[in-house]
Design a protein around this ligand. Structure first.
Ligand SMILES: Cc1cc2nc3c(=O)[nH]c(=O)nc-3n(C[C@H](O)[C@H](O)[C@H](O)COP(=O)(O)OP(=O)(O)OC[C@H]3O[C@@H](n4cnc5c(N)ncnc54)[C@H](O)[C@@H]3O)c2cc1C
Length: 429
């Protein structure tokens, strides 16, 4: 099932592989982690990097990249080994995703939506409370989803956003699942649903509401709705500033029947996860960690006159360029340090300090990636921001990070300020 990166790796005579963002020795990664992360980096550099420009230009979903992710086993990166996956934990996945984001932001971001369906139902759910019957049922159901991914290359997405306060965690999701015999009837609308029209299953966050009940966040369900089910439609266009290959259009659900096995988490477990496993919402950041590194990588190569397709003009001898590179390197190391720490301490029931650090890491990466890309453009100059080179795409893609709910840059500031100053339940009354 799992093949080496083969195709372009065989032609590696031409490409010197980049060093990993996080050196395995310096960051104390074990051999198994280093191998999985290297596989992602090699695939990103040798295959995805050259395709990224066209996906961006045409706002086209990276279908070919998904075939390669399946071929190399990375589609099942966080699926437990017992189910045929690579069994990567949260930290390993995050580091691998950063390597993909370094070469194609849209692939990394959509891959994140897909991987979360396995990470949340896998290692994360294993940390949460379930009675024996519920756990056995979950085990049986997730095996169905994992088999589709490992054997058939099925792609899952993760539509949260509805345009209201639900995606920020404020109120119950407006998309509703009404219990019926053998499953649910789903009705609602999701905006900015990455992988629309390209995923095989939409991992929809919705609220289970029986006749006469009120909506409650406690009753959130996470259901894998088959893209081909009756009543599912994709509407609207997609022509955004950045992350164009994500194809994040609008999804409509009209009386869509899904069976009980569609549940990616048992009843009540998503709500429990959102309370007890907050790092589940940090998984959008690896893509942008990779983009931050990409802006820096580009700048070094450009100033050394080594960017393929450009004249070998060196610009590194100017002191102003050297200072700018020094500022970029310092910023990059700051981002790497806080982010590595935060992804390394993802777990159930983190301490208050760890939660605040996770918000700070998200903020630092999302804002920092764009700051680095901005500095890269200023430093490299006009010829470097032509569309024939990757930097202007990195700049546009990196701008999107701060907008991603539920942990937008604004909401991170909001939470850090409040949670640092108030203990749970404290008021000024
Ligand atoms: C490239 C891309 C891909 C995406 N893919 C997906 C996807 O696959 N699945 C998905 O579910 N979503 C996805 N999103 C959606 C994303 O998470 C946001 O929901 C989307 O950007 C819409 O947000 P908005 O800024 O219009 O939201 P609004 O709700 O209008 O919020 C605007 C801003 O107000 C602030 N705000 C919102 N609520 C509160 C609050 N309660 N308190 C304080 N401040 C608040 C936030 O900072 C927010 O950024 C994607 C977005 C982008 C840009």
């Amino acid at each position: 099932m799992t093949a080496p990166v083969s195709k372009n790796a065989a032609t590696l005579g031409k490409i010197a592989l980049d060093a990993p963002i996080f050196d395995p020795v310096a960051f104390r990664l074990n051999d198994e982690q280093a191998t999985v992360i290297a596989r992602a980096r090699e695939l990103g550099q040798t295959v995805f990097a050259e395709r990224a420009g066209a996906y961006d230009r045409d706002a086209k979903f990276p279908t070919e990249n998904y075939k390669d992710l399946h071929r190399t086993g990375l589609l099942g990166i966080s699926i437990p080994k017992a189910h045929g996956g690579l069994g990567a934990d949260y930290q390993t996945y995050a580091l691998a995703a950063a390597e993909i984001g370094r070469y194609c932001g849209a692939t990394a971001l959509t891959w994140n939506m897909h991987v979360c369906s396995t990470l949340w139902s896998g290692p994360l759910a294993d940390d949460l409370d379930m009675d024996a019957a519920m756990r056995a049922e979950h085990e049986r159901r997730r095996a169905i989803h994992y088999k589709r991914i490992v054997e058939d290359g099925a792609i899952y997405s993760q539509p949260f956003s509805e345009g209201g306060a639900a995606a920020a965690g404020g109120v119950a999701f407006g998309t509703e699942a009404k219990p019926v015999k053998g499953g649910w009837l789903v009705n609602g609308k999701k905006i900015f649903a990455s992988l629309s029209g390209h995923a095989d299953y939409y991992g929809v966050l919705c609220t289970e509401i029986a006749e006469g009940e009120k909506a409650s966040r406690r009753n959130t369900l996470y259901l894998a709705v088959p893209a081909k089910a009756d009543g599912v439609s994709v509407v609207g266009d997609w022509d955004p500033l950045g992350m164009r290959g994500t194809v994040s259009r609008t999804l409509l659900f009209k009386d869509v029947f899904v069976g009980e096995d569609a549940a990616l988490m048992p009843r009540g477990v998503y709500f429990q996860a959102a309370q007890r496993w907050p790092h589940m919402f940090l998984t959008l950041s690896p893509t942008y960690m990779g983009l931050a590194q990409a802006a820096y990588d580009f700048t070094l190569r450009y100033l050394r006159g080594e960017v393929p397709g450009t004249p070998p003009v060196k610009r590194r001898m100017y002191p102003t360029k050297q200072i700018a590179v020094a500022q970029m390197q310092i910023k990059l190391e700051q981002i790497k340090a806080i982010w590595f720490q935060a992804v390394s301490e993802a777990r159930a029931n983190p301490s208050k300090e760890q939660v605040l650090r996770a918000y700070a890491a998200q903020y630092s990466v999302m804002e920092g990636a764009n700051e680095l890309a901005t500095l890269a453009i200023r430093t490299c100059g006009g010829q470097a921001m032509l569309k024939s080179l990757p930097l202007e795409r990195i700049y546009r893609d990196s701008r999107c990070g701060s907008l991603m709910l539920p942990w937008t840059a604004e909401l991170c500031l909001d939470r850090i300020g409040r949670e640092a100053l108030y203990e749970p339940g404290e008021t000024d009354d």
